[in-house]
Each structure stands twice: as structure tokens, then as C-alpha cells.
Design a protein. Structure first.
Length: 117
């Protein structure tokens, strides 16, 4: 059996074309693997949950009877200790959880706008 003379260049062209499309697609085309997509989705979900809980944290701070003293403690803390100070207030411990949430504490600090007041 003889093979057509166009078969070898056709196979090489198909392989090189597939490699080119794969490289361009994953580097510039925005394609990603399933693991990368899952990682991105988890990160986005976590950020959205934190964003949804910030108003609850701010409401808990507004209704706290010891708000003034707790805000003074937070303001007195150095900038890198403020998150821990907010965590100690109890404002970032959501109902149904065992302890405070560090990411929510950071977002709550931004929502409290401590440096402006």
C-alpha cells in the first residue's frame, strides 16, 4: 500500500497547528484548566462572602454598647495589630462559627474607616 505524498506534511501541519492553538489559547486566549478555574471560583466566592458579611460586621459595631471603648482600642493599635484588635471585639465572629474571621476583620477595618474619624 502506498501513502499519498501529502499525508506526511498534512500530519505535521495538523500537529504543529494543534500545538500552536494550544499555546496561544492557554497563554493569550484566556483558556484555563479545570483546577485553575476551580481555584479562581473558590477565591471569588470567598471574596463575595466576605463582602456580603461586612455590613453585618458594621451593624454589630454600631449596636455595640461598648463601641466607643472598642473603637478607641482599635485606633490605638498599630496598623498591623488592628485586625487582631477587631477580632477581639467579637464583631467578626459570625453566628454559627467558632471564632473570628481574619479576612472579615480586615474588610471590616476598611468599612469602619478608622483613620477618617
Amino acid at each position: 500500500m502506498t501513502t499519498p505524498e501529502w499525508l506526511k506534511p498534512g500530519i505535521y501541519g495538523a500537529l504543529l497547528g494543534a500545538a500552536f492553538v494550544g499555546i496561544v489559547g492557554f497563554s493569550w486566549g484566556g483558556w484555563m484548566t479545570g483546577g485553575g478555574a476551580e481555584e479562581m471560583a473558590n477565591k471569588m466566592a470567598k471574596e463575595e462572602v466576605i463582602a456580603a458579611l461586612v455590613p453585618l460586621c458594621l451593624d454589630m459595631s454600631r449596636t455595640d454598647n461598648e463601641r466607643v471603648a472598642k473603637l478607641a482600642t482599635i485606633r490605638e493599635a498599630s496598623s498591623f495589630k488592628r485586625r487582631e484588635a477587631v477580632m477581639e471585639t467579637g464583631w467578626v465572629t459570625m453566628p454559627g462559627t467558632d471564632g473570628p474571621n481574619r479576612d472579615l476583620a480586615q474588610a471590616c477595618i476598611e468599612g469602619l474607616d478608622l483613620d477618617a474619624s
